[in-house]
Design a protein. Sequence first.
Lengths: 98, 651
Amino acid sequence: MNIKSKKEDKKTTIFISGRVDTNTAPELLEFLKGAMPGVEELVLDFKELEYISSAGLRVILFAQKTMNAQGSMVITNVNEDIMETFELTNFTDILTII
Amino acid sequence: MAVEGKLTKFLNERKWVLPVLFLTMCVLFIATIVISEIRRFENIIPTFAFSIGGEVCAMAVAIMLTLSILPAYKRQSGFIRIFVTMLTIGCICCFLDAAQMLIDSIPELAMLNKVICIFVFANEIIFVFFFWLFVTYALEGRGRLFFILTNIAVIGLAVFTILPFVNFFYPLYFTMSPEGVYARNTQTWWICRVYLIMIAIFVIIAIFTSKSGLKSKITIAVFMFIPLAAVGIGGYKYGVSLLYTTMMVSLVMIYAFLFSENEKTLFSTSKELGLATNIQRHMLPSIFPAFPEKKEFNVYALMNPAKEVGGDFYDFFLIDETHLCLVMADVSDKGVPAALFMMASKIMVQNYALMGYSPKEVLTRVNRQICSNNQDEMFVTVWLGVLDLKTGIMTAANAGHERPIIKKPDGHFEVLKDKHGFVVGWMEESVYSEYQIQLEKGSKLFVYTDGVPEARNATEQFGMKRTVESLIKNEDIPVEQICENLLKDIYSFMGNTPQFDDITMLCLEYNGYEQEGNGVQLPADRTKIAEGINPIIAFLKQQGAEHKLIYKMELALEEILANVASYAYREGAGEIRIQYKLLESPRAIEITVIDEGVAFNPLEAEEPDTTAPSELRKIGGLGIFITKKTMDEMKYDRRNNQNVLIMKKLF
């Protein structure tokens, strides 16, 4: 897993690539915890993300809950596999995926 | 040849025949010597003494010869029994002739002399008749001509055996003076030779018409005319009775020339027959279990031939790793020609099957090939099936053979009303069709030849009903015992009735297809779960699985392994074992995850509410939920203090 972020005023875009699994999810969680304060518009770009497991979903859920309180969060460029996981778990209902 | 047949049968079936004949010869021999000792050779005509000496010698030779034939007696009964009977009758002739000469000219014994003389004449006729039987045997005389000649010989036997007894009332052959002196009735005694000459003519006819070897013919011809020559010489000079002695000597010579030759060929034929039987047996696969490494099926087959070499055959072989070919066939004949035909058919069927032709194509081709060069008009019925071990689909074709009997896993053995084609080897244009049967895990198939339902006892046939009943009675035991028990049932049904046809059967059990299982072991550590996932991903890629399937499998595995690694071993470290294998029909991957941690059934874990808004969503239980959603089948079992979770995903 690799994480890059781009900050423009109140909007932060985070590029996540590779795999978010049991072992890498804590790292993502720590990164988000550090990156989210003061952000009103969070974009998670999944263009390079190949794989996400429930550990990753939990981090996404945490981020969504946090952003619900301070602004908005969108997820972009979700691949087919990950989309299916979102649908399976009804994450599509609570996430904004564009 | 009813008389000859009955006689030979009598001689063959009675065990006491040989000992009685042998003892008779010994008694006659001793009796002749004893009488000679009592009578002494005083006042005896020198030619009588000469003849008696010859006859005693001939009897001794006959006894020695019988002793030497003893071992062969059991082997080649008909021929040798007639021969020994001839020797015995020859001995009786010698004895009576010698006795007659010894008591000749003794007035007190005139009546006895007369009786003996009559018996000498009668006995001679019987001897000649046996000589004829012997000739028909030696020349392998069959057919209409031999039948007629033998019938005439039988009538002649009756007439000429009774004729000497006329001498009680009328001196047809001889006169007996009150002094007890024998004298030929020169007017009519030649009648006693009519039968001998008649048979001599028969023998000449037989020699000319028989297809037997030249050596047999010459031997019989030459040695028949030695006694005739003796009659010629001795017949005109009263007192020199060489007939019986030369007869016996001829027999000895016939034995030396003919039997030694016959035994040589007999020995080699029986050896070759044994060899043929052996070759045939070895051609049928008979080592069980036949494919111990193949878990997909069990097969057992047996053949009990009626004659030494039969025409039935079964066969089973792997065409490739996943196709098993089964053959059950019955050649229309028995014996060596049928066995050769059977071997050729078997090889042809196997060759075409191994070339990958489907059952109907195999039969069509084998039929064409056999028909193109089948002068013996033999044919073979064949049931041929090819089982796809992966799918359980049996493709079969039937060329006039008995219907297979099939058991579904939850049913009983039932006769399958399959489509029949024409027998193989009869019509070149025959075309065969094939059909398919789906065998499921636990299905059984039984094929057999007509020797099974057509096994007979004294009153009725074993029949299909009993066959199916016997199979049903044993349907849940291994295939080997199903066959052996059916065979036992057939034999106990038959009782003492001899077996007429080969009894051949084959039973197959299909166990379903399972890829060899693979396994991986890893510590129950969240950071190490890739060790459990990666080999399985690699395996799936190698099996050509789609990306989607691999992705879902990876996801499910991670969730389950992470769960086990996090919660199973609350105190200290533990291990996780994973087994995985491919399943067929339908194609799927099955993964078993085993840990020895605290009992936990993930399938009963509380499911997260996936409809709640994000604020209310809990983070627990999501992994197992994903797994359940992505897998097609999940099973949990707690056994031996282990959590065993089986996951299945269809391809």
